[in-house]
Design a protein around this ligand. Structure first.
Ligand code: GTP
Length: 812
């Protein structure tokens, strides 16, 4: 079954329930050699020795272990490499050539080992025959080696789910969020059960009946006890406050009011005695009271409440005992009022003086916890840097960062292609790929080894499907790129929207194999939906990677056919043809990604590789002098010295250390005490930078994913109702919609269809249309059903309904 078919047929709820997602991380976190690794190493060493023997002097145990480690304990490859190395050495002695290990050592020296990624043996063509036969990886030209940065902190949704933002999140939640919620609820319930949660036992009818029915196995003849008059005790009325569901009032019953509610505990003799329900009678009959006496008190008490019958004397007496004397709260309140009275010079009443003394004693030992003080913003010097001028000066020195979102239909090969890009640029090393390959093989998904570079969570790997945006970065001689690998599956489109909201340009991956391009391109496919969405989110430049051409023996006709159909569609979707390009490639084999193709494709294609095309795609100039706007993608503790750190991409404006900021819709201010751009500390940052801000004077709880960071003196004003210019993907009428802004989504309603517009010049073609047809440009009015959303003129929004993207556009 193809992977997307598996996805379609699987029950996500079950999958989520079954999966214990952290397996993959556990191993990652283990920096040293684990016991399992040690065992594998010992076994590998033994097996290599069995084949090679002990008589090759250059092959030491250390060498074998090093090789096994490098090939992730693959004995066969290690043997091939070691034997080839020995042969090489002999040759080198004769020719006095450079010692390969020396060359390797030099390479190591010149680079920070942390960033060392490329095996030089791939570069100088000394690859042992057969080593890579079944792995089409490697072969990175030396000119492509780049100084590489570790990926930035992954976006918050990896840990926090789809929703974020301050304030309530009313209305519908996405399917994934709902599943996650259900899963945690189930877990919590399970935990409560295990812990023997008394309160749930006493109020849960089912569990109670289960317990009772275990104790009472034989039915008992029915005879109802005589009804008792209700004698309410108003003084202690609040001690019993049954939930509405506990007793169903009979037709002539008066619903007990606050004053008339009975006091079971204070006076057992005056306890109201109602008739047991029919169900109770049939279960327990006349012996109901006696049975209650026999049961343990805890069950008896619960039974008392559930069946609304008289309490057992024993249970009531015990309960009464427990409530004799003042409660701890009473003690505190009495002491407080007494001390207040004393402060005012009032004399304490003589009759209560004894009690007061004992209360006072008790109070002396008590302390009322003060609410934690809000951290005060320390004075952080603001250097009054002219950020715009500094940015202009630094432009020549700095490599520009571009965010690229990778989009396309499910299974088009997005993650594999990006894994390949990261591998061939050296961000991911050979050993990691080998490890992924072996692990993927174990679960029958060996072709996903490269995709696992991006698909890091257990869920994603187990299912072979990208769920959330993965963030990675790589650098070339000309630029720095942040990859946002978006999920292709339609269930995870909200995550894809979050990625598109931060992108400068898009790489649209197309599976060129027969039937697959068509599946993605049809009305239910994601190729069109993704392309429309990114354009609606403001992305102007799109690179179409016509992928998996290796499966078609680099068929030029197929490439031309796809190019022709896609060009037509992308132009109608609003992309200018100068901003659209097509790259034939294979993520799996690596042809035309970083490495120029050597055969097949080369017979008819001489254009740029994907990476060359990326280097030409300059991000659009940002408004760095305008008011600061940055959507928070993560909030976390950045260490002891940085208790509150946020990350995100500055969309507009600039900021510097010492600035006072506010996260809208929250109202707490904070001071910026440190800034990191692409993991380097800096004093200022501008629009387009992916930043981490270390904050002072605020607590974590006051900032949420999805909040918009502004300068405190120019905050955004959240909107409850707004007009938006949108492109309709589906037919629109006044209807309920989910409003997506980046990673946030909230429920709303289209209240008015204001007008349809001419696509060419934006003039009004019809006022107050009765509906808006798919493909039309229109202005509509939207009401947010919950709390106002952090939106303003120019904010990009996407509207979804019933799992479909129905429109996208810009707030007017
Ligand atoms: N032959 C061939 N197979 C490929 C190529 N690229 C990807 N695949 C295979 O296609 C399958 C799906 O690849 P992924 O990279 O997971 O696809 P994806 O688009 O990221 O999937 P989602 O994120 O779940 O939508 C895997 O089995 C890959 O090995 C390619 O260029 N050639």
């Amino acid at each position: 079954m193809s992977r997307h078919k598996i996805v379609r047929t699987m029950n996500l709820a079950d999958e989520l329930d079954d999966y214990d997602g952290d397996d993959y991380y556990e191993e990652e976190e283990n920096e040293g050699m684990s016991q399992a690794d040690k065992a594998k190493m010992a076994d590998g060493l033994r097996r290599v020795r069995e084949v090679i023997g002990d008589d090759v002097p250059t092959i030491t145990n250390d060498k074998i272990e090093e090789t096994l480690w490098y090939y992730y304990f693959d004995v066969e490859r290690s043997i091939t490499y070691l034997l080839m190395g020995a042969t090489e050495k002999k040759k080198q002695k004769k020719t006095a050539a450079v010692d390969s290990s020396k060359a390797r050592a030099t390479f190591w020296d010149t680079r920070d080992s942390k960033y060392w990624r490329i095996d030089p043996r791939n570069i100088d063509n000394r690859i042992p025959p057969g080593v890579w036969d079944d792995i089409p990886f490697g072969g990175v030209p030396i000119c492509r080696l780049a100084e590489l940065v570790p990926p930035p902190i992954p976006v918050g949704a990896r840990t926090t789910g789809l929703l974020g933002g301050s304030g309530p999140q009313p209305g519908k939640v996405s399917k994934l969020a709902a599943l996650a919620k259900a899963r945690s609820k189930a877990k919590a319930e399970k935990a409560a059960e295990v812990a023997g949660n008394d309160s749930s036992q006493s109020t849960t009818a089912v569990s109670l009946l289960n317990r009772l029915s275990k104790k009472v196995s034989t039915p008992i003849p029915v005879e109802a006890p005589a009804p008792m008059p209700v004698t309410p005790t108003p003084a202690a009325a609040t001690e019993y406050d049954p939930p509405a569901s506990e007793s169903i009032p009979q037709q002539n019953d008066k619903i007990p009011t606050e004053k008339t509610r009975p006091n079971f505990i204070a006076d057992p003799d005056s306890t109201p005695k109602a008739l047991p329900s029919g169900f109770a009678k049939s279960m327990f009959g006349r012996r109901l009271d006696e049975m209650l006496l026999d049961l343990d008190e805890e069950i008896a008490d619960a039974q008392l409440i559930y069946f609304s019958v008289a309490p057992s004397q024993k249970a009531a007496a015990k309960a009464k005992q427990g409530f004799e004397g003042p409660s701890p709260d009473d003690v505190v309140i009495a002491a407080q009022s007494q001390s207040k009275g004393l402060n005012k010079g009032q004399k304490a009443e003589k009759s209560s003086s004894t009690a007061t003394t004992s209360i006072q004693k008790g109070v002396d030992g008590l302390k009322i916890a003060e609410p934690p003080e809000k951290p005060t913003a320390p004075k952080i010097a603001r250097k009054k840097i002219d950020v715009v001028a500094e940015y202009e000066k630094s432009k020549a020195k700095r490599k520009e960062n571009a965010n690229l979102v990778v989009i396309g239909h499910v299974d088009a090969g997005k993650s594999t292609l990006m894994g390949r890009l990261l591998y061939d640029t050296g961000v991911v090393d050979e050993r990691t790929i080998q490890k992924y390959k072996q692990e993927a093989e174990k679960i029958g998904k060996s072709s996903f080894a490269l995709a696992w570079v991006l698909d890091q969570t257990g869920e994603e790997r187990a299912r072979g499907v990208t769920i959330d945006i993965a963030v990675n970065a790589f650098e070339t001689e000309k630029g720095r790129f942040t990859i946002l690998d978006a999920p292709g599956h339609r269930d995870f489109i909200p995550n894809m929207i979050a990625g598109a909201a931060q992108a400068d340009f898009a790489v649209l991956v197309i599976d060129s194999s027969p039937g697959e391009f068509e599946a993605g391109f049809n009305i239910r496919g994601q190729t069109k939906e993704h392309a429309l969405l990114v354009r609606s989110m403001g992305v102007q430049r799109i690179i179409v990677a016509v992928n998996k051409l290796d499966l078609l023996h680099w068929d030029q006709d197929r490439f031309d056919e796809i190019r022709q159909q896609m060009s037509q569609f992308l132009t109608t979707a609003g992309f200018q043809s100068k901003n659209v390009s097509f790259i034939p490639c294979s993520g799996l084999t690596g042809d035309n990604i970083v490495r120029k193709p050597e055969e097949g494709l080369v017979s008819w294609y001489s254009g740029p590789t994907l990476i060359e095309e990326l280097e030409t795609a300059k991000p659009v100039a940002k408004a760095i002098e305008k008011a600061l706007r940055m959507t928070i993608t993560d909030v976390y503790r950045g260490g002891v010295t940085n208790p509150v750190t946020i990350s995100g991409r500055i969309e507009v404006g600039n900021l510097q250390i010492g600035d006072t900021i506010i996260g809208i819709p929250g109202d707490e201010k904070a001071t910026v005490k440190g800034i990191e751009v692409d993991n380097e500390t800096t004093e200022w940052a501008v629009a387009g930078n992916n930043v981490q801000l270390h904050l002072a004077g605020i607590e974590m709880d006051h900032l949420k994913i999805g909040d918009v960071v502004c300068h405190a003196d120019s905050p955004l004003v959240p909107l409850k109702e707004f007009e938006a210019k949108i492109l309709a993907f589906e037919s629109l009428t006044p209807m309920m919609v989910d409003i997506h802004r980046g990673r946030l989504n909230a429920s709303g309603r289209i209240t008015k269809l204001v007008a349809t517009l001419d696509k060419g010049n934006g003039t009004v073609t019809k006022k107050k249309p009765r509906h808006i047809s798919p493909g039309s440009l229109a202005v509509i009015s939207i009401l947010v059903t919950g709390a106002p959303l952090p939106l303003e003129k120019g904010s990009r929004v996407v509207l979804r309904a019933d799992g479909l993207t129905v429109a996208a556009g810009v707030v007017e």
